[in-house]
Design a protein around this ligand. Sequence first.
Ligand code: SF4
Length: 302
Amino acid sequence: MATKIPPDQIVIRPPVEAYSVLIPVTGGCSWNKCRFCGTYKGVYGVSQDYAIRTLEDVKKDIDKYAESNYHGFPVFLAGGNPTSAPTDYLVEIIKYVRVKLKNVPRVSCYAKALDVLRKSDEELKAIMNAGLDIVYMGLESGSNTILRIMKKGTNAESMIEAGKKILNAGIKLSLYIILGLGSHKYSEEHVKETARVLTEINPTIFRFRTLNILPGTPLWDEWKSGEFKLLSPLENITEERNIIANLGENVTSQVFNDHVSNYCTIESSNIKVDREMFIKTLDSYINDPKIQNLPRKNLIRM
Ligand code: SF4
């Protein structure tokens, strides 16, 4: 049984926030049921229940960073899903960050679609006006079959609605897609439906990561018993290629492969402009014998 720890102790963040000031706001995850995720379930030797930190504690952290001269850095409001917290609380924290820390180029946090849908358009506008620039949301897949199997707790239509709400409020949106999440059986559906949802939302950014199965997650046992199969590097790159190829003409998102789990690092500042280059580059990998023979590794720490 993993030791339980307080909400400011497991602080995860996207790779792009590696050099940001990390201020824990919520601990744990208000959902905590995704079958591929073990972040708060003891994967790192400790577990954490969902909790919203007190305003007083969060402000103390911000004061501490201000006193230590952490000005000019991006700020990441940490925790599984800060948007699950009450709007007034979030507005107060973001305003406090903006007052206490000078020249903050970006304030961001993770978001979960259902938490976003619980907020009105006015509430999201208030959060944006306080100074939240961007949220990172796990779309994972646009396939309802895969979202249901993986117990994501939301479906493609809710993702589309939440994504549009965020963008309409003036907050930038970065979506994550997990390559290989449907294994071989649902790979085609994963490609088509993910491309469909991305086309509907046209997020500011979308980012790929590759499924790796962590010990202690429900998916681990299924993988160990041979019931769930990981895609090969070649198959993952092919999924990414086909998602890009299936996007609608309207999609102008930035695209990144900025996760240690990925088999390629290519990016685009506008996929509408770079689509051909992106596909050609991925095709060159797909046709490369070295990639074709690359063995699959399963990373258990990221
Ligand atoms: S919503 Fe995010 S943090 Fe929570 S269980 Fe799912 S993947 Fe993990």
